[in-house]
Design a protein around this ligand. Structure first.
Ligand code: 5GP
Ligand code: MN
Ligand code: MN
Length: 474
């Protein structure tokens, strides 16, 4: 409800304090139509986040924000350990390190169009997708510990994908600070057969074509040109991440109680960064990040193999791999002073600007690739991190839901939707018609508006628009 908000800039809004309310500032990035369509629950949730101890400057929402568990999806919050700052499992999200791996091919639309149906079938056959679908690997606890320590680097060592992929993954494919011992046996058991699987619902593997270039210099650095075929893989840490989130929620609620942290919402359970529970979670979460990085690396390999079957000699390269459910320890300048912060990005993508020293050399002059998923029927965007990003180097991660899964189910039928999309030349492959209906393009916000607002708010610059051709849905 816009009436509660105060507009500071064309693409920046704030939520004024209610009488008697005590919290830090809330900043909402986005355009008027996007904020108008945002559910009121987001405002309540982000105001709750702004009341947590040790929050630095403001609690923020990205243009694609919508209601989530505790923290909104599209929420960004940075905390300072030295000022009693906290870490929250709900602020990371249950699918730890869910993210998007983007691959570029040397194929163009003319090469692929005649074989699209075969390609979609082959990918659907090869990529384990859907509830309970298991992967080729069966790992015991010991092997899984290696995954949790090594991330995508482990996967490459096992023969999945190539060393060259690693440079183009955040953290070079391996998150430091992972502590497998902080991950329960149950979490590891749940992951036993789930390495190299897509998962269900919102997760997807999509074949896309570059439909429009916005920024030629950045596109050139990213190796993108019009009519080129791109593949995006969206998935996360599967059962392992979910189990970590579930268990640490309980331990964080206890820690919060012990440390006298007032929780306006039970779902906001958090622990001081410096507490034992906080530190244990960080070790477990980093292990979860490695699980997701390894998972996307295996899926990259399977995708590459399948492409080579259908199009011999069609090499795929990793454009980038971004996570959008994390808490990362980063240095940020606050009021001219460099500080070490714990930056929660839940349904938000890291978006380092040009010159950042962690970026691969190839991209350093233009900024980090930022990937915004849209929907299987509309499209997606590649952006580049802006200099002077005002939100702890964060940007949108998707179009964001406009309707709940429940509402979508009441409005669409999976089979019918697949037929309609096929008429537009978009092929959907899924085991779950219910899942397809829940993910109807109409259930998401307008991705064009989100990408435009992301740019106008100074979060990231649009580089390319990707149009969907075929989508394997979880
Ligand atoms: P989340 O990580 O929050 O579950 O999803 C990220 C974003 O992916 C959503 O906000 C939505 O815009 C986008 N998305 C969901 N399903 C699809 C799909 O099948 N294809 C594409 N390109 N994007 C999707
Ligand atoms: Mn996910
Ligand atoms: Mn995701």
């Amino acid at each position: 409800d816009l009436q509660q908000l105060h507009q500071i800039q064309p693409y920046l809004w704030t939520l004024p304090l209610k009488p008697g309310e005590s919290r830090k500032e809330v900043l909402l990035y986005g355009s008027k139509p996007l904020l108008e369509s945002m559910d009121d629950k987001v405002l309540e949730q982000i105001a709750n986040v702004a009341s947590l101890p040790g929050l630095v400057s403001a609690a923020m929402t990205m243009p694609d924000a919508h209601w989530g568990y505790g923290f909104p999806i599209g929420g960004v919050a940075a905390f300072d350990a030295e000022q009693g700052g906290v870490i929250s499992a709900g602020g990371v999200g249950f699918d730890i390190s869910c993210g998007i791996r983007c691959l570029r091919s040397k194929l163009n639309i003319q090469d692929v169009r005649p074989h699209l149906s075969t390609l979609a079938d082959r990918l659907f056959h090869t990529i384990p997708a859907g509830v309970g679908e298991e992967g080729l690997l069966k790992l015991d606890t010991k092997q899984l510990d290696q995954v949790l320590l090594g991330g995508a680097r482990w996967a490459v060592q096992q023969g999945y994908g190539r060393e060259a992929d690693l440079e183009f993954i955040e953290e070079r494919g391996c998150m430091a600070g992972a502590v497998p011992a902080n991950v329960s046996e149950l979490a590891k058991k749940r992951q036993r057969g789930e390495m190299g699987t897509l998962g269900s619902g919102n997760h997807y593997l999509e074949v896309q074509v570059v439909d429009r270039i916005f920024d030629t210099t950045a596109a050139q650095a990213f190796g993108l040109q019009e009519n080129q075929i791109i593949i995006s893989i969206h998935c996360g840490s599967r059962g392992l991440g979910h189990q970590i989130g579930t268990e640490y929620l309980v331990s964080m609620a206890k820690a919060a109680g012990r440390c006298g942290i007032h929780l306006p919402d039970r779902e906001l359970a958090c622990a001081p960064i410096k507490s034992p529970e906080g530190q244990q979670y960080i070790g477990a979460m980093n292990a979860g990040i490695n699980c997701a990085l390894a998972n996307r690396q295996i899926l990259t390999h399977l995708t590459h193999e399948t492409f080579m079957e259908v199009f011999p000699n069609s090499e795929l390269e990793t454009l980038f791999d971004v996570s959008h459910n994390t808490c990362k320890i980063e240095k940020h300048k606050i009021g001219g002073k460099s500080r070490v912060l714990h930056v929660h990005r839940k349904g938000a993508t890291r978006a380092f600007g040009p010159g950042h020293d962690t970026l691969p050399e190839r991209y350093r002059a233009v900024g980090q690739p930022v990937i915004i998923g849209g929907s299987m029927g509309t499209g997606s965007y590649v952006l580049a991190g802006s200099s002077d990003n005002p939100a702890f180097a964060s940007a949108s991660h998707g179009a964001g839901r406009a309707l709940s899964r429940h509402q979508a189910l009441a409005r669409w039928h999976g089979k019918q939707l697949i037929g309609e999309l096929a008429q537009q030349g978009i092929l959907i492959r899924s085991r779950s018609m219910r899942g397809v209906a829940e993910e109807a393009p109409g259930a998401y916000k307008d991705v064009d508006l989100v990408a435009e607002a992301t740019e106008q708010a100074g979060l990231a610059r649009r580089v390319a628009f990707l149009r969907p051709l075929a989508c394997v849905k979880g």
